[in-house]
Design a binder for this molecule. Sequence first.
Ligand SMILES: [Zn+2]
Length: 92
Amino acid sequence: MKFCPKCGGIMLPVRKDGKIVLKCQRCGYEMPADEKTLKQYKIVRKTREEDKVVTTKTVVEAEKLGVDKDTLEQAKEEFYELVLDQIGEYGE
Ligand SMILES: [Zn+2]
């Protein structure tokens, strides 16, 4: 999970021009997503147990950075949709 260097928002993978980039859900800042980073996102959705672990970590990190709860909840939903989407495309 990456956070925006500008505003501390959650960076989520999105498709852009046929590639995956990380985009801030709050301010729209984008950064290139390398393969290593995308693998981290992919791992997240393997099991429900792992989901919970990652979600908890994310909440703790996000709270440290001052991400408000609504933003976080929304980002989590979008995150899981995106991750599922990615597994379809990048799954081994
Ligand atoms: Zn941002």
